[in-house]
Write a new protein. Structure first.
Length: 349
């Protein structure tokens, strides 16, 4: 239907304008300068006035423009995290710890998953984070590709790397994987086991490689036989498959699994094949996930502090952001042996 000339034009809807600083000033009965000082966290405002301005902001729904504020003071108060798109227990726990530490410091977090840590994907992730206006980046990718020479981290942003062997000009933070694996192996040897078998994590994992190498070197230093390695993919099902192989060998009396989830699958395989734990076979895991204390039997394992890794990474990045200081020595977070019921001396022949 056409509109006749006498009909008034239909008004077009305009986007709703959010409350402005001027609106807050009128509501609080103060000047616009005072509202600006409060919004930007300045200290030259008395407490009573600040409370009145903040109350006015809440009443009318005003939110400070973080982008504009960042242009003024050079800080966006936002941190990017480049993380593998393939989740693992360790990465998930570390990310939780990073997020908690970031929020505690009054920053926000922006995730940028990468499918494969190639030069193109890493560079693309950096570019996208630059567009999101972050102050710095934490890289949480455990695959070996990050350590290959063709992966060059772009410059221009403060960076902290977690779980890497590469010697970047950035802070590197990680758990002392080698010491944890050596502790697990020495514990089983100290109980009287002649050797320790190993279910390793996937070959592309730097953590898995360090645990495997440390297990091997610990056996060699003790003069013990080094059995062939069985390789899993961190999952309980891969631990179960490896466990069926180990259970069929009566000479196997001690196994170090590279994580608790594979240890869980191993325990099931041993139970199903009539190899009691720890009566015939002792088992040690790695991680100390919350459920490990409730496995049957409760799992002896290596505790790594994902929370400490996250805190150290965020602290190192904020120091880099504030001071521009270059990387110091890598931060190595210690591990701890947690003794439960899955380990015991070997059966008497």
């Amino acid at each position: 239907m056409s509109r006749t000339p006498e009909e008034p034009p239909v008004p077009t809807a305009s986007p709703r304008r959010g409350p402005s600083m001027a609106d807050v000033a009128r509501e609080a009965g103060v000047s616009g300068q005072t509202v600006s000082r409060v919004a930007n966290g300045r200290t030259n405002v008395d407490d009573a006035t600040r409370d009145r301005v903040l109350a006015a902001m809440r009443r009318i729904g005003y939110r400070p423009n973080s982008a504009a504020r960042a242009l003024r003071n050079g800080k966006f108060r936002s941190i990017g995290v480049i993380i593998s798109a393939l989740p693992t227990f360790g990465n998930s726990r570390t990310l939780d710890a990073i997020a908690a530490a970031v929020v505690a410091q009054g920053f926000s977090i922006i995730l940028m998953p990468v499918t494969r840590p190639t030069q193109g994907e890493v560079t693309g992730a950096f570019s996208k984070l630059n567009e999101q206006a972050v102050d710095g980046v934490i890289i949480l990718i455990e695959q070996h590709q990050l350590d290959q020479s063709e992966i060059e981290l772009p410059h221009g942003l403060p960076v902290v790397v977690i779980d890497s062997s590469a010697r970047y000009d950035y802070p590197v933070v990680d758990t002392d994987q080698a010491d944890g694996a050596a502790t697990a192996t020495r514990h089983l040897l100290s109980l009287g086991h002649e050797t320790v078998w190993h279910i390793a994590g996937p070959p592309q994992s730097y953590s898995a490689e360090r645990r495997r190498k440390s297990w091997r070197s610990t056996l060699e230093l003790a003069g013990a036989f080094v059995p062939p390695v069985l390789t899993g993919d961190w999952s309980p099902s891969s631990g179960y498959e490896a466990g069926l192989t180990l259970a069929a060998d009566p000479s196997v009396t001690a196994v170090f699994a590279a994580n608790d989830q594979m240890a869980l699958g191993l325990l099931r395989a041993l139970h199903e094949t009539g190899r009691p734990v720890p009566g015939e076979v002792s088992v040690v895991g790695f991680d100390d996930m919350e459920e490990s204390a409730h496995f049957w039997p409760p799992l002896t394992t290596i505790r790594q502090s994902f929370e400490a890794v996250g805190r150290h990474a965020v602290a190192a990045l904020l120091t880099e952001i504030e001071t521009g200081a270059e990387a110091g020595e890598p931060v190595s977070v210690p591990t701890e042996l947690v003794l439960r019921s899955s380990t015991a001396p070997p059966p008497v022949s």
